[in-house]
Design a protein around this ligand. Structure first.
Ligand SMILES: *[C@@H]1O[C@H](CO)[C@@H](O)[C@H](O)[C@H]1NC(C)=O
Length: 302
């Protein structure tokens, strides 16, 4: 529970009030050895994932270091991580299909099932027009938090790194080293925060009813198959073991909970502001038509 200092394995923690949406900052009184199961894994993607959808539309590349997923008129496809994670950092390099991708959605997301989710969704476009990258956050079943940027590079020309960092304080979506989206822990304002272990998913599907210009541009199947490639899946996060209900408690001392990760650095904040000012084409926090009263967390987007 927020509001009362948690007691972890007998060590008492000091609660500190921060001038942000995140109210608690935990200081461990006694240094204790790291007890959590975290490890940096950047091994063959094949060993870390399983196919969730349409085996025959998924292909290994590069001596099983990369996965290619395909959408054609028969089916989309996808894969997921074997492990679930609760707090830490997850990243992947992704390269999208070039040319006409209108109507397609390439999704890369963390999900607990139905309640908690962080989405990256690449919305395809007609030839020569840019992809939009939509992000969304679900917390305890609440969503409607779309944010869209037009990328400052061609995501089909090369692999780029897309990552999540999340801890007790906030969640950050990165494109390469640029934070494009944050979601602060505003539980103190009554806004649920993502608190469940999540699995990583990737998929490509038919989103022609909405993805491109509000559904006006449909998929041109003459341009199928549509292919997206993923490699270098890296996790430095608490690995959730079933029965282990204290992934969160046992990682209070983990690097991702330390002060440097509780808010954006000033360099990150200036990149973040640049993205909001120049590349953002939609922000639910500025959509007063949709939200005459903005959701409470909107005052705390850094
Ligand atoms: C596709 O490109 C057009 C023209 O640049 C843009 O207005 C539109 O928002 C783009 N749609 C998507 C889904 O990327």
């Amino acid at each position: 529970m927020m509001g009362s200092p948690p007691i972890i394995r007998g060590f008492s923690l000091r609660e500190e009030l921060l001038l942000s949406c995140t109210i608690i900052s935990l200081f461990v009184a006694v240094v204790f050895p790291f007890l959590y199961a975290s490890s940096v894994l950047a091994v063959d993607i094949k060993d870390q994932t399983y196919i969730t959808w349409s085996q025959d539309h998924v292909k290994m590349l590069d001596a099983e270091k990369a996965i290619q997923i395909t959408l054609d008129s028969e089916s989309g496809s996808g894969f997921a991580s074997n492990q679930k994670f609760l707090h830490g950092s997850i990243s992947m390099e992704i390269k999208l299909m070039a040319g006409d991708s209108a109507g397609t959605v390439t999704a890369y997301y963390l999900s607990s099932g139905i309640n908690d989710e962080f989405d990256f969704e690449f919305l395809g476009n007609i030839s020569g027009e840019p992809y939009l990258l939509q992000t969304n956050v679900y917390s305890n079943g609440t969503s409607g938090r779309e944010h869209r940027v037009s990328l400052w590079f061609d995501p089909a020309a090369d692999y780029h790194t897309y990552s999540f960092l999340w801890n007790k304080y906030h969640s950050v979506f990165f494109v390469d080293s640029t934070p494009i989206r944050t979601f602060a822990n505003c539980q103190a304002l009554g806004v649920p925060y993502t608190s469940r272990p999540m699995r990583l998913y990737a998929a490509i599907w038919n989103g022609e009813t909405w993805a491109t210009r509000g559904g006006r541009d449909k998929i041109d199947w003459n341009h199928a198959p549509f292919v997206a490639s993923f490699r270098n899946f890296t996790s430095d996060a608490c690995i959730w073991q079933d029965q282990d209900s204290d992934c969160s408690a046992s990682t209070s001392n983990a690097w991702w909970e330390q002060e440097a990760y509780q808010a954006l650095s000033s360099d990150q904040a200036s990149k973040f502001n640049m993205v909001q000012n120049i590349y953002t084409v939609y922000d639910y926090c500025k959509d007063f038509k949709r939200y005459p009263t903005l959701p409470a967390e909107c005052n705390y987007q850094v």
